[in-house]
Write a protein that binds this ligand. Structure first.
Ligand code: SF4
Length: 348
């Protein structure tokens, strides 16, 4: 089959991998072997899958392409964080970040190349949407970063470029591949999806059987502010978002995280903090305050440490579980989209 007509093996979810092997007359245990080679051992080709029969390797080669993301650049922060820029098979650039902490490694991966949501504080949002990623392109980011750290990933977070719920099916397929014991084998609770508040996605996730973790980028509980800084979610207003999240907690028994990037002078004011308290009070959530990394050209800045501590204290006093995320990778532009922007000649 001409190379251009072959399907990308990275497009297949677990069920489709099983069907593909069944079509080739293979017993069911072959799926585990194939997943292990693709996403556990990072085989660079079907031919390298040495415990598969030669005829099967040839059949797979005939029908499917297998092209790993190619490393275009890696930046290493003094704090151990590493940021990766990958070039996909079609030349598209995406980013991942590896964040080590003790014996844990968290990989932040992209679910789309670019993003259509247009958040004003985000470099990816400024670059626009390019395309959805395939499930395997997400899993490979996690596996390749773990390989670079010479360890396994303990946690993976869909918090790189893109809105995961705008690419729902592929993201869920990737989570199931990451969770598979033959692949990266990351526990479901350690697989986090971070959405900017796409309500239909939250509703769907509430009905999935796995214990995946949900994080919502809130960033303001004042409707006018949120409409301005996150224009892509204007259609899903805050009261409906809160009701959907409460329903999610009741249905799943799981506690979502509300991510709140504190932007100096914008969403750290008294009015903003009291709206956040009102939004988060009285139901099972966790607020994660993130003093924001400066993004060149967006006019955003970091609030003072004392203001961050005050905001955390106000939330805690209202009975809201709160943490402050330590900034990592500031010296390597770890905010999403910053590395890609530098590689795009047209980007500002
Ligand atoms: S913050 Fe996330 S959802 Fe918003 S533009 Fe950036 S990548 Fe998209």
């Amino acid at each position: 089959m001409p190379a251009a007509d072959r399907a990308d093996i990275a497009s297949l979810d677990l069920e489709q991998l099983a069907d593909a092997l069944a079509d080739l007359g293979q017993p069911s245990f072959r799926r585990g072997q194939l997943v292990a080679w693709l996403y556990g051992r990072l085989a660079p080709s079907f031919d390298a899958m040495s415990n598969l029969p030669g005829a099967l390797r040839a059949d797979l080669e005939e029908r499917y392409s297998l092209v790993h993301p190619e490393l275009a650049e890696v930046q290493r922060s003094a704090d151990g964080t590493r940021k990766y820029l990958w070039r996909l098979a079609d030349g598209v650039l995406i980013e991942s970040v590896g964040i080590p902490a003790g014996d844990r490694l968290t990989v932040c991966y992209s679910t789309q190349a670019g993003c259509a949501m247009g958040c004003t504080f985000c470099a990816t949002g400024r670059g626009g949407f390019v395309r959805d990623l395939l499930p395997g392109e997400m899993v490979w980011q996690v596996a390749l970063v773990a390989d670079d750290f010479k360890t396994r990933a303990s946690n993976a977070v869909a918090m790189g470029q893109g809105e995961p719920f705008n690419n729902y099916d592929a993201t869920l397929a990737a989570l199931r591949l990451m969770n598979d014991k033959q692949g990266p084998a990351i526990g479901a609770r350690h697989l986090t999806i971070s959405t900017c508040g796409v309500i239909p996605g939250i509703e769907r996730l509430a009905h999935e059987p796995e214990q995946f973790t949900l994080a919502v980028s809130l960033h303001s509980a004042v409707q006018a502010t949120r409409d301005r800084i996150m224009p892509g979610v204007r259609r899903w207003q805050l009261d409906r978002l809160r009701a959907t999240l409460i329903d999610y907690t009741q249905r799943t028994g799981r506690r979502p995280t509300l991510e709140f990037a504190l932007i100096g002078g914008q969403n750290d004011t008294t009015a903003e903090v009291s709206a956040l308290v009102n939004f988060a009070r009285g139901w099972m959530c966790h607020v994660n305050l993130i003093p924001v990394n400066p993004v060149e050209g967006t006019g955003t800045g970091r609030p003072s440490d004392s203001r961050v501590a005050e905001v955390a204290a106000l939330l805690t006093a209202a009975g809201i579980e709160t943490s402050v995320r330590t900034e990592r990778g500031t010296d390597i532009e770890a905010a999403c989209g910053q590395l890609t922007q530098r590689h795009r000649p047209s980007a500002g």
